[in-house]
Design a protein. Structure first.
Length: 240
């Protein structure tokens, strides 16, 4: 008798779009890249967006693709999916979801139940249409609602959440807010202009210092010529 084991396939795509609107897409990218930047110097923090997470070995039917997830204790690097059983069984500690206008409430309840069941420590849900932010933190084994969310600081990430007229803003521990790609480009251009202005100012200061040195040298030469002329007249310039 020959025993064969069929290989289990864990798909790298669930067939669903990453985002259903430009607003949702921009927010997903901003949060993912903001978290990536926050831990860019830590090789053991893995950040991903819209990546399928399989928490149970042998169960490809059990999966979720968070809009953004942050996993402490796992190395950076490319993955077709996050198979927890191959990652020292470390579940994502922080998860973000950006609600689409097409998302029914039952879908959001199912996501909350999934994250609660499979070990997420912090779950943040933002609805850009209503500018509404909800959060849950694991307390004594269960995800409990965070109240209030305004000004809340994530225990894991250290970031602060604020809701303004323009929507959700996330601030790093150093006070800098998460920026979109366009905002990063604008900031980079401003920094380049500022650096160029500083370089020009430094060049002007150097030129002025050089001119002052040349003038001082000319004055010293003039004084020396005057002293020489006085000596020709048998006058000691040091006694004048």
């Amino acid at each position: 008798m020959q025993v064969t084991t069929e290989q289990i396939i864990y798909p790298s795509s669930d067939g669903q779009p990453m985002a259903e609107s430009t607003i949702q897409y921009k927010l997903i990218v901003k949060i993912k890249e903001g978290c990536e930047s926050l831990f860019k110097n830590d090789p053991n923090v893995f950040v991903a967006a819209d990546l399928l997470w399989y928490p149970v070995e042998g169960r490809p039917d059990i999966s979720q693709a968070p809009d953004t997830m942050v996993i402490f204790g796992r190395p950076k690097g490319d993955r077709p999916s996050y198979m927890q059983f191959l990652e020292e069984n470390i579940a994502p500690q922080v998860v973000f979801e950006i609600r689409s206008h097409n998302d029914r409430q039952i879908k959001m309840y199912k996501k909350l139940a999934f994250y609660n069941r499979y070990g997420v420590e912090e779950y943040y849900l933002y609805d850009p249409e209503n500018n509404d932010l909800s959060g849950w933190q694991r307390i004594e084994g269960n995800l409990e609602i965070i109240e209030p969310m305004e000004g809340w600081i994530s225990p894991r990430l250290g970031v602060r959440f604020e809701l303004g007229e323009d929507g959700l803003e996330i601030y790093r521990p150093d006070g800098q807010r998460f920026l979109s790609y366009a905002e990063l480009e604008e900031q980079g251009e401003l920094n380049r202009q500022r650096a160029e202005q500083e370089a020009q100012r430094a060049e002007h200061e150097a030129q002025r210092a050089e001119h002052e040195a040349q003038r001082a040298d000319h004055e010293a030469q003039r004084a020396e010529r005057l002293a020489a002329k006085l000596r020709e007249l048998n006058i000691d310039p040091d006694r004048i």
